[in-house]
Design a protein around this ligand. Structure first.
Ligand code: GAF
Length: 383
């Protein structure tokens, strides 16, 4: 068990929050030890937490029916459904050695569920801040992200990578977060939309997704199978190999599906690198084609898009977006579109019209900018 870090002593209660995220580029790369470039967004999940002296956690959330009760000894499998993200976070922090102070946790969220905007990481990170706050303990953001990912993987049972929790923990206004899982490094990269006369639209298609279902896990297993066949620990290790050679050595594993999955991962890592280079040179408007290429790769090679995601991307591009792509795990959820600020309304209208023409309800479109991460957190005062 790791040594806990120490703050200033127990609290009488308070309010803590954490943001959702959109991933600019670098999709399905995190669990391949690769690169991703998310931003935290302004939509947050808030936890009002008050300690109780009866040793019970009481968790409630608007729109989620009855209060859920569990004790500090909770174990994976005990709490299910939405409250598993809360109980799992308590469990993971307890495993880290954080003293657990039970109480009432009242949750409200601006992050829509099932929209691919990481409502689960926002919930986990906000709850983690509340648990730490009630205990009066500080924790570094990296440990917070690792513990909340563990809550999702082990307690909830969803085999996700760590990008979402890192984005929610480390988000910063004005920056995108370059996550390099293999190198275990994080870097803030300037992403100044307003100064560049741009807007980033998030188009929620209304088609809900779930990572706990089989498709996400199946993609992950294909990548692990490919890495084993290539004799490497992860697909990150073949990043620099000539693509054709890598794909040729995978021939014969199946009908070519695995080679296409691998091609997505390798080319997506390269697209993240090119995007970061352009952002550093303040050439934001030029990242559009990379966003679109990412979507095409996710559609054709990784096969995690669905028709409404493709429709939203096509309609956004036809309406003048500089680039557009699905964001998050896929199989539904949201599309992002980078647009000149003056065109945001006409792009949103163009996408809505295309949806209505195709017989779908008009999507919800909002403009986002990079926002700050989870908090407040007590300072990390590890002795
Ligand atoms: C989901 C997962 F939670 C992330 O870890 C990541 O794999 C993403 O899908 C795809 O890039 O959001």
């Amino acid at each position: 068990m790791a040594e806990p870090t120490f703050g200033t002593g127990p609290s009488t209660g308070g309010s803590w929050s954490a943001p959702g995220r959109v991933n600019l580029i670098g999709e399905h790369t995190d669990y391949n030890n690769g690169l991703a470039l998310p931003i935290a967004i302004g939509q947050r999940t808030t936890v009002e937490a008050v300690p109780a002296d009866d040793g019970v956690y009481r968790v409630s959330s608007a729109g989620h029916g009855q209060e859920v009760l569990f004790g500090p000894q909770t174990q994976p499998g005990e709490v299910t459904g939405w409250a598993a993200y809360v109980a799992g976070t308590v469990w993971a922090l307890g495993e880290l050695g954080v003293p657990l102070v039970p109480g009432s946790f009242t949750i409200s969220s601006e992050v829509p569920t099932g929209a691919g905007l990481s409502s689960s990481a926002a919930l986990e990170c906000a709850v983690a801040c509340g648990v730490l706050g009630l205990a009066g303990r500080g924790l570094d953001r990296h440990s917070l992200a690792t513990a909340t990912q563990r809550a999702e993987n082990v307690y909830v049972g969803a085999p996700t990578g760590g990008m979402d929790q890192l984005a929610s923990a480390f988000g910063r206004a004005g920056s995108a977060l370059l996550v390099d899982v293999g190198a275990d490094s994080l870097e803030q990269v300037p992403f100044e939309l307003t100064e560049s006369g741009l807007e980033l639209l998030v188009i929620d298609t209304g088609s809900s997704h779930s990572h706990a279902d089989g498709e996400y896990g199946a993609r992950r297993r294909s990548c692990e199978q490919a890495a084993a066949a290539l004799g490497v620990a992860s697909l990150r290790d073949v990043q620099d190999a000539p693509l054709a050679e890598t794909l040729a050595s995978l021939a014969g594993l199946d009908d070519g599906t695995i080679a296409r999955r691998v091609r997505h991962v390798i080319t997506e890592n390269a697209r993240v690198e090119r995007t970061v280079a352009l952002l550093r040179e303040k050439r934001i408007t030029e990242i559009g084609p990379l966003l679109l290429a990412s979507h095409e790769s996710l559609r054709d090679d990784y096969e995690v898009t669905v028709p409404v995601l493709d429709l939203a991307v096509d309609a956004a591009m036809a309406s003048g977006a500089l680039g557009a792509r699905m964001t998050g795990g896929g199989f539904g959820g949201s599309v992002i579109a980078l647009v000149d600020a003056g065109l945001s309304e006409s792009v949103a209208e163009g996408v809505s019209a295309a949806f209505v023409d195709a017989g779908h309800a008009a999507p919800t479109t909002r403009s986002v900018v990079p926002a700050d991460g989870a908090g407040p957190l007590l300072p990390d005062t590890t002795p």
